[in-house]
Design a protein around this ligand. Sequence first.
Ligand code: PHE
Length: 341
Amino acid sequence: MKEQLRSIEAKAQEAISNVADLKALDDLRVRFLGKKGELTAILKQMGKLSAEERPAMGQLANQVRSTLEGLIADKTAALQAAAQNARLAAETLDITMPGTKPPVGRLHPLQIVENEVREIFLGMGFSVADGPEVEYDYYNFEALNLPPDHPARDTQDTFYITDNILLRTQTSSVQVHVMETQKPPIRVISPGRVYRSDAVDATHSPLFHQIEGLVIDKGITMADLKGTLELLMQRLYGDDCKIRLRPHHFPFTEPSAEVDVMCFQCMGKGCRMCKNEGYIELLGAGMVHPWVLENSGIDSSAYSGFAFGLGLERIVMRRYNISDMRLLFENDMRFLEQFRG
Ligand code: PHE
């Protein structure tokens, strides 16, 4: 029996040292130490031994069992470590390898200049008002002295949702919302998108941007309008920038003016850039028409005000010397990458 135990021990030792995976190792454990295993089979024959032989044999059997258990435990640990190392090697992550830089976006030139204009007006004590782009006819036209058959509507044809609801053609609609909800003194600007059914060319787009301004208080005059716009243009284009007001007509301001800024290329002398005018038109403005004040519930005998609407695209194009408005809407990265806000 002693020889049998020794031979099992040797066989098992050899088999365990040669085993290459955990599954095969477990099979060996069952084969040698399991309930129906080889060692157990020997132990079952202990009863045949004499009382003198039995303790020594029992001790040897236990010794073999614990030796084999120890070997199996060591081998298990070794195989697990090897498996872990193999997995780590396969999953290697080289943290020193340079990564792929995600493309970082930047502000659109329209947004850069809009932010600048906002800052300039915030510095003058204006706040910013927002208004809907999908608008009632009333706010876009009627409350601004443009009744249904007014000829000036022809120049602002737009996209209609229903007969009564349209895409706003001008941010002047926000003037009415503001006057309906705020009491004078009022000092707001309102930047946003506007729409007209214009064909696309170098200076027209069916979608463009305006920044509206509205000031209403006691004793506001055209001088306040001119001073405010002059300051704006000097902040945008430099202290020697000059503006010029030309008489014009808007149904919702009286008197009205178009405001031009002096051409930087020729300093007012006339060149190709300004089509020999010396000045470039940038915005419409005027004193808020008393009817518009009254329409929105403001007493026109006590209050007066000025309003202006400036075309953001024009300012941006002047600012960066861009000759074709389409560039602003094509989302060509080669173009957009050139601007930093
Ligand atoms: N809304 C006018 C336009 O789009 C501009 C304007 C605004 C004129 C405010 C006067 C006062 O042409």
